[in-house]
Write a protein that binds this ligand. Structure first.
Ligand code: HEM
Length: 407
């Protein structure tokens, strides 16, 4: 465990894992004890880790970093309506409960026989097109994300009636979960697009940093808000008076596939790369000084009077100070998908962000980034989707039941 921060990410991540693995007794050992316990945990026990499907919020929102993150968007078949969607959500909920507990779903294909749940989470969201099909009111916050300068959005790999995020520490477990839901959707819905991403397996990162790196080599996730921070719930979850009622306790997920122009990025010196982001590459510390979790010193000056975190540095332009207090919870997975036709790698970030209000969250921040962020010259957004993520369900109920009962 790192000692450089009052609130290092590793503590939460490992505590969460331990809480699900061995109950509150292990968690009560606290940060250092928990980290030590995990270090001695066998690979087998890692496979056995469970993250409960039922609860207050869908599990993929607050789950610790997982090694694999896949996303699938489904479209409901033409002519199908509320009856088929309800049956689909019932069967998905039943399968998701089983899969996340490591139990086989009905008529299992045996793809993951002998595998534990490996911290599997399955998080489901509804697109505006689904609500229109169901003739349900579409919340204003689910309005399409506007186009931004430099966008190269592929409509065939954007949008969708239903979005599903799968995360786990094993790729077979994730693939099995996707296959199961796809099989169960036959006749009612089909996969519109699907993307596979990866992050870092627990225990792989050496040194004191638990924050995973992205394919530009930066520690990615440091500045994320954390549960317990003032205003965290208001920023991430739709409040108790939120509209529509079925979304209270839920969230909105913005999905963007963002290609990194790695060949161009590589031409920059390390120093210049750090200026573009505003943080050091090795430690992730802000250029204003300190260590990874030291708050950004946006007014700090270099001896020559220039700003330590430059005017167009990514973290300055993305910070809540530059965006009227906008805070989003980012959850990124890298992707590396072969070469593009120009011979450069098709690699980057499956960027996901949870928030209670995407208009004043992602869209507000991205409007600024697209114009004023130095990093935007080295990335291209190629897919876009927005889903309303209903709250998790209680045992005995199915996901989205509040919406279906309100129709
Ligand atoms: C490939 C694209 C991107 C890369 C490589 C990237 C990378 C980074 C890095 C390295 C950091 C600093 C460490 C951290 O706090 O995680 C950061 C911070 C951040 N990024 Fe990005 N980012 C990307 C796209 C975006 C987009 C599209 C948004 C939102 C529209 C965004 C919002 C933020 C925010 C809010 C922060 C925290 C700023 C703070 O500390 O106050 N990023 N990003």
């Amino acid at each position: 465990m790192t000692t450089e921060s009052p609130r290092p990410a590793v503590t939460r991540r490992r505590l969460l894992a331990l809480t699900t693995l061995a109950g509150t007794a292990a968690a009560a050992t606290g940060g250092a004890g928990a980290a030590a316990a995990v270090a001695g945990e066998s690979a087998r026990a890692r496979g056995e880790r469970r993250i409960p499907f039922d609860g207050e919020h869908q599990a993929g929102i607050l789950a610790p970093y997982a090694a694999h993150g896949w996303f699938a968007a489904f479209d409901v078949e033409p002519g199908r309506g509320a009856k088929q969607v309800k049956a689909l959500l019932r069967s998905w909920t039943d399968a998701a409960r089983r899969l996340t507990e490591g139990r086989p779903p009905p008529a299992d294909d045996a793809m993951a026989t002998g595998y534990g749940p490996a911290s599997l989470t399955i998080t489901v969201g509804f697109g505006a097109s689904l609500l229109r099909r169901l003739r349900a009111p579409v919340p204003a916050a689910l309005a399409p994300i506007p186009p931004f300068p430099r966008d190269e959005i592929d409509p065939g790999r954007s949008g969708g009636d239903i979005g599903v995020l799968f995360t786990a520490d094993d790729a077979i477990v994730v693939a099995h979960a996707l296959r199961t839901l796809t099989r169960l959707s036959r006749g009612a819905a089909h996969v519109r697009w699907q993307m596979s991403g990866f992050s870092t397996s627990d225990g792989v990162v050496t040194g004191s940093h638990a924050t995973p790196r992205n394919l530009m080599g930066q520690l990615d996730g440091t500045g994320n808000p954390r549960p317990g921070d003032a205003g965290f719930d208001q920023s991430v979850f739709v409040g108790p008076a939120g509209d529509p009622a079925w979304l209270r306790g839920g969230s909105y997920l913005v999905f963007r596939r963002i290609r990194m122009l790695l060949d161009e990025w590589d031409t920059l010196s390390r120093h210049r790369q750090e200026q573009v982001v505003g943080r050091r590459k090795d430690t992730g510390a802000p250029l204003s000084g300190g260590t990874e979790f030291t708050p950004l010193g946006l007014d700090k000056q270099n001896p020559d009077g220039s700003l330590a975190i430059g005017p167009s540095a990514h973290v300055r332009q993305a910070s809540l100070q530059s965006n009227d207090g906008a805070v989003i919870l980012r959850k990124g997975f890298s992707y590396y998908d072969g070469q593009t036709t120009d011979g450069t790698p098709d690699a980057g970030l499956l960027f996901m962000a949870f928030q209670s209000d995407p208009v004043n969250g992602f869209t507000r921040i991205q409007q600024r980034l697209a114009l004023a962020d130095d990093l935007s010259r080295f990335i291209r957004h190629t897919s876009s989707a927005l889903f309303a993520i209903p709250r998790a369900c209680r045992p005995g109920r199915y996901l989205g039941q509040d919406l279906m009962e309100a129709l």
